[in-house]
Ligand binder design. Sequence first.
Ligand code: ATP
Length: 354
Amino acid sequence: MTKGVTLNKTTKIFDQETNNPVYAVNSIDLDIKEGEFVTLLGPSGCGKTTTLRMIAGFEEISEGEILFGTENVNQIPPNKRDCTMVFQSYALFPHLNVFDNVAYGLKLKKTPMDEIKKKIESIFSIMGLEGYSNRMPSQLSGGQQQRIALARALVMEPGVLLFDEPLSNLDAKLRLVMRDEIRKVQKKVGITAIYVTHDQNEAMAMSDKVVVMNKGRIEQVGTPMEIYQKPKTLFVADFIGVANFLDGEIREVNGKDVTVKIGESLVKVPDIENVVVGQKVTVVLRPEAIQLAKGDENQGVVTKSVFMGQHQEYDVEFQNKKFQITQGNPVAHEVFNEGDKVSLKFSSVHIITE
Ligand SMILES: Nc1ncnc2c1ncn2[C@@H]1O[C@H](COP(=O)(O)OP(=O)(O)OP(=O)(O)O)[C@@H](O)[C@H]1O
């Protein structure tokens, strides 16, 4: 049975006894539902691996608690926790063939051989791995080894599946294939998955929810669309994708619809809470939320124009600031060149109040 995972004020302090304690994870609350695919995302050192290792039981927690379903697992050692980790390094036994690698954990649990065979057959059929049983790990590509490592984790039918940057050793093209495969298998099996990566495209493409971490704390938890379109903090807006920032001031509040003054323009922004007229805010504009048209002297100037195949990328100098702007298919849109005067129209605007 798959399980949800809850973290309550979970904290990890390294070097606690010294003058320089490190708050690797600082009192985080997180609620992961059964069957969800949740990614921990953030820059190097933000605490994502430590969080995953605490959930796995490899790292003792300093304060707070971790629950699997309703069970507090703080005192349960890793080998007794109802979870399995898939590592970046595959960690297959080189002297065992694929079948024996996948069967290893079940044999340790003294599962009868006919049951082991049935379980492995079922996982191999879900993952399209029939025919690999007798191969040795050295006869497999990196992608195939990672598939076997995933099969070995799934065959144990854990309550929770943990992934520690499992695709880091694969080349860019294979990463794309494998991320789709992992997601497909996870959905098919319906298992709760917690996945650590520093690759935001991977996080966006795979996850039901993304947990953006920074300096041991959670900045925001949301669907990929929420964290991209409605970042709650400047850190999230800046870390996820590309963002242009402008100063703005709230001019009108009508329920959750507000009007914000940006430079000389008034722009309506829906779905904003807890702001008052006169409040200074930061306006976030994604590169595709700005439309360019032919302009005049008082408007922007294109300082860079790059053809990227499916879109055109621009840098535009506007009100003494550099804007990064993306326009759709260059065949369908007018293309501007360096030095062209352009006007900027803001479509989808988001504001941050911190
Ligand atoms: N065993 C340890 N002893 C002392 N400090 C540690 C230890 N392990 C991790 N840290 C520190 O805790 C913080 C969080 O580390 P963690 O490995 O969880 O980050 P991360 O987000 O996974 O980074 P990366 O993407 O580089 O793996 C860092 O400041 C790190 O230096």
